[in-house]
Design a protein around this ligand. Sequence first.
Ligand code: SAM
Length: 209
Amino acid sequence: MRLRNVKNKEEILSNSKYFITNPFTYKGNWNSLFKNNNPIYIEIGMGKGKFIIENAIKYPNINFIGIEKYDSVIARALPKIPPNLNNLFIIRIDALDIDNVFSKEIDRIYLNFSDPWPKVRHSMRRLSSKIFLSKYDFIFKNKKTIYMRTDNKDLYIYSLISFSEHGYKLKEISFDLHNDKKDLITTEYEDKFTSLNLPIYAVIVEIDT
Ligand SMILES: C[S@@+](CC[C@H](N)C(=O)[O-])C[C@H]1O[C@@H](n2cnc3c(N)ncnc32)[C@H](O)[C@@H]1O
């Protein structure tokens, strides 16, 4: 995501009760931070946060954690969160570290409009590559469930193959999500692509354990 630097980003992050400064200390204990045993859903690469914030508002009995690599992007998301949510936290990590932050406690992963990394030599940087899928194995509680959306057909096809090769069952495949489903909570990128009448590709994949 190309985003101009936010000058007071450190201040925005450190003043927000939703931003967790040292997420590594909560590994295996995220439910204690939420003070309940509700399911935990994470979005990896949340961008400016529209999707995860709207989900947290709509589903108070689900705990949400937004994951993003860049301070400047997080600084755009935090001010949008209403003051009294108790089911949402935001963390800054590279997804490569995800298995150092969570252990057997995640119920669902959202991958929304992940960077496509089109060059073959960069394919292992894709969040649906086998490197990441192997890391996700350590963080799921029971059933492994990933919800993916993208505008990028090549990334979509690559991901369907990668998920299948890793043992995931492809549950709901859509080559035009907004034609197939209504009343969706959307992301910032999604709104941009749908306003241009571009199709959104989506899939839900699962492994029962
Ligand atoms: C194309 S944007 C999509 C943002 C948002 N999900 C949306 O749909 O509007 C991808 C986001 O993923 C973040 N990202 C990419 N690789 C990441 C990684 N390895 N770990 C954490 N965040 C990552 C980027 O910083 C960027 O904000």
